[in-house]
Design a protein around this ligand. Structure first.
Ligand SMILES: Cc1cc2nc3c(=O)[nH]c(=O)nc-3n(C[C@H](O)[C@H](O)[C@H](O)COP(=O)(O)OP(=O)(O)OC[C@H]3O[C@@H](n4cnc5c(N)ncnc54)[C@H](O)[C@@H]3O)c2cc1C
Length: 329
């Protein structure tokens, strides 16, 4: 299996599949034997990513249990298909051409178990991290107040080392379970994951996070923890544009000045291509103001990088993961 986006033909008519739909009017939908897993072809990724842009996945599946996840993963491997792992799609820019191979969505893989003895919480990969932050706050467990404004899943947060308000996923992570390309599972500690700012060794890796365990601090007053959590959310809504589709911060922050400051200083707030615009409220956000194409956003990213390079002699790196072909789009 490969994580590149090299297109391969899919042997979808093999006898090992149950074919549920395959008329002229509806794209094929296949079921892997012994699973409830519908593999659907030509599924729009615009509706599955927070930018609301991007073409279709050649194949898409969103398993509801680990066994179906393993079966889908092995199917992609046996067919020699490229594999793209998709959480909430809140840090992705997908090409208007879409993605070849199998896009494996984790959003239905959800479970949460709080252990009051240890103060640890074990969570399925598809659980929204913001929802977990609210659940912890309601119990008076401290440690996740920072995560409330992040619209991603637990798996995406681990891989991206998502963070805010001077904290991040690595600070509270105890261990993760991953599914490897050969079908085996591993338990990894933060030391194994090489965490740094918005980065982990799992980026660009074929291992799939299935579950994570975090260490929190139970026993605080829920009213207090809820108040801090609410304050964090309100602070973010005041300073960041949550009202239009985006991926949050597009660029990683260099030192000493944050990317937003560098972009704002050279007058790029409001810079527009097609339906995409550098946000007026926060210059490190690019917004889909309506009808944007992925190529509009991509062109703005390149323009901002060129201008920042020219004015500040700095190369801005993207935090957003850019997937698929942008030359053909
Ligand atoms: C309005 C807004 C505000 C945001 N604010 C913040 C913020 O404050 N701080 C911050 O850090 N980020 C922020 N983000 C970005 C984004 O929410 C985070 O990066 C988040 O952690 C991504 O999670 P996801 O589930 O959406 O991952 P996706 O975007 O789906 O995927 C991100 C990467 O992780 C991989 N991946 C996803 N799930 C798995 C898995 N289970 N196993 C292995 N690989 C996987 C994908 O292949 C991809 O490479 C914001 C985004 C938006 C839209």
């Amino acid at each position: 299996m490969t994580l590149s986006h090299e297109s391969k033909s899919v042997k979808c008519a093999t006898s090992s599949f149950t074919k549920r739909k395959n008329s002229l009017f509806s794209p094929p939908e296949l079921y892997l034997p012994g699973t409830q897993c519908a593999l659907r072809s030509q599924v729009s990724l615009a509706s599955l990513t927070s930018f609301r842009v991007g073409g279709p996945a050649e194949w898409y599946v969103a398993p509801r249990c680990i066994e179906d996840l393993q079966a889908s993963y092995q199917w992609a491997r046996s067919e020699g298909l490229s594999l793209t792992l998709l959480g909430a799609g809140s840090n992705l820019l997908v090409s208007d051409c879409g993605l070849p191979g199998l896009v494996l969505g984790t959003r239905h893989l959800r479970h949460t178990k709080f252990d009051p003895e240890t103060g640890r919480v074990t969570v399925g990969t598809g659980e929204p991290i913001a929802r977990l932050a609210w659940q912890a706050a309601e119990r008076g467990w401290q440690g996740m107040e920072w995560a409330v404004g992040i619209p991603g899943t637990i798996g995406g947060a681990v891989v991206m080392n998502a963070g805010a308000h001077q904290s991040c996923t690595a600070n509270i992570l105890v261990e993760v379970q991953v599914l490897c390309a050969d079908g085996t599972t591993q338990t990894l500690t933060p030391q194994d994951l090489g965490f740094s700012y918005r980065s982990s060794l799992l980026q660009g890796d074929s291992r799939l996070v299935t579950q994570a365990t975090f260490q929190l601090q139970p026993g605080a007053d829920p009213v207090q923890v809820l108040a801090t959590t609410t304050n964090h959310l309100e602070q973010r809504k005041r300073s960041q544009p949550y009202h239009l589709p985006s991926c949050g911060s597009v660029f990683r922050n260099p030192t000493p000045h944050p990317a937003a400051w560098l972009i704002e200083q050279i007058g790029l707030k409001g810079y527009t291509i097609g339906g995409a615009q550098v946000a007026e409220r926060h210059a490190n956000f690019i917004l889909n103001c309506g009808g944007a194409k992925a190529s509009d956003i991509f062109q703005i990213i390149r323009h901002v990088q060129q201008q920042v390079e020219q004015h500040w002699s700095l190369s801005l790196e993207t935090e957003v993961k850019i997937l698929g072909d942008f030359q053909l789009a």
